[in-house]
Design a binder for this molecule. Structure first.
Ligand code: GLV
Ligand code: GLV
Length: 334
């Protein structure tokens, strides 16, 4: 019998069709909020699964999945997977790095600029009919060019943001990462390593691009925010749980931080009501990699990974994109 694969969310039909020639495909036509028990049931008779950040796959979900051999995550972050539990069962886990790097770096920069120059706040103000006359001091923001860009987590996306800042906007770029990058990469990114404390104190614009784990949960807490300049902005395009959102709301409402831009939230899709109530925060619904071309490339890579991991198709002998090899995992632990 052909191997069975489960596809947890609707992706692009023409790309998912690439699985049909190798597998019996159990696909999902509507966006679905699967419970852990439902995930476990879907995995119970699957040889492979193509999942998204919505689906947690850990020890409990694979306990009754004797045939499962591969889990392909559509996304670069994989905190939804318990990689150790999968590895203990010899289940291959893959993700989709590289194909989304530049698109996500674009979004990080867009959010940084929106926060610094109060772009979405200004749009809301205009749409609310409050623009009655041009005035000299309306919506004064903070400069981006020639300021200090701080990057926390210097994987591929962090390096892309660094290049944009240095080459496009004349910024001085500082980064912090658990391990310092090789000279060649520092030169290409025009970035200098500093310790976390220095990064927090020096950055005019801080961007979070590091993996989320138990070690990085609430890395940006009240103490970290207190070190930042009151004129600084904070942008998060990684995972919501990196930031203590209540502490962030405190800092933003007290004027201890100028603005924030958040694409990710700890309880998403729920957003902390205190953040929703603030003017000086830009909010987007986890769309960092959401260009049409990049989402197509991510789906294609995830399909290729699953095909390769299950030993089918032209890439049967090639390695898929195993998480162990691609994890620049790069980054800071507290
Ligand atoms: C999305 O957040 C991803 O990790 O690719
Ligand atoms: C994650 O490792 C990235 O690509 O930044």
């Amino acid at each position: 019998a052909r191997p069975r694969v489960w596809v947890s969310q609707p992706l692009f039909g023409d790309i998912i069709a690439g699985l049909d020639e190798h597998f019996e495909v159990d696909d999902t036509r509507e966006v679905t909020a699967w419970s852990p028990a439902q995930v476990a049931r879907k995995l119970a008779d699957a040889d492979g699964a193509l999942v998204t950040l919505n689906e947690r796959v850990g020890a409990a979900e694979i306990a009754d999945a004797p045939r499962l051999r591969a889990v392909a995550n559509v996304g670069v972050g994989y905190d939804n997977l318990d990689v150790a539990a999968l590895r203990a069962r010899d289940i291959v886990a893959t993700n989709t790095p590289d194909v989304l790097t530049e698109t996500t770096a674009d979004m990080g920069f867009a959010l940084l600029m929106a926060a610094a120059r109060r772009i979405t706040e200004g749009e809301r103000w205009l749409r609310d009919g409050r623009w009655t006359q041009w005035s000299f001091d309306t919506l004064l923001g903070h400069d981006v060019h020639s300021t200090t860009l701080g990057i926390l987590g210097m994987g591929r996306i962090g390096q892309g943001i660094a290049r944009r800042g240095a080459l496009g906007f004349g910024m001085r770029v500082l980064y912090h990462n658990r391990s310092r990058l090789p000279d060649r990469i520092e030169r290409n990114s025009r970035a200098a390593w500093v310790d976390l404390d220095t990064l927090l104190r020096a950055a005019d614009h801080l961007v979070l691009v590091l993996p989320y784990s138990a070690a990085t949960r609430h890395l940006i807490d009240a103490a970290a925010l207190a070190k930042m300049k009151p004129t600084a902005t904070l942008t998060n395009i990684a995972r919501g749980g990196l930031v203590d959102e209540d502490a962030l709301a405190d800092a933003l409402s007290a004027g201890r931080l100028a603005a924030a831009a958040l694409d990710v939230f700890e309880g998403e899709p729920a957003v902390n009501p205190r953040l929703l109530a603030l003017r000086n925060v830009v909010l987007t619904p986890h769309v960092g990699s959401a260009s049409l071309a990049t989402r197509r490339a991510m789906a294609t890579l995830a399909v290729d990974n699953l095909v390769a991991a299950l030993g089918r198709g032209p890439r049967a002998g090639d390695p898929p994109t195993p998480i162990a090899a691609t994890a620049t995992g790069a980054t800071t632990a507290k």
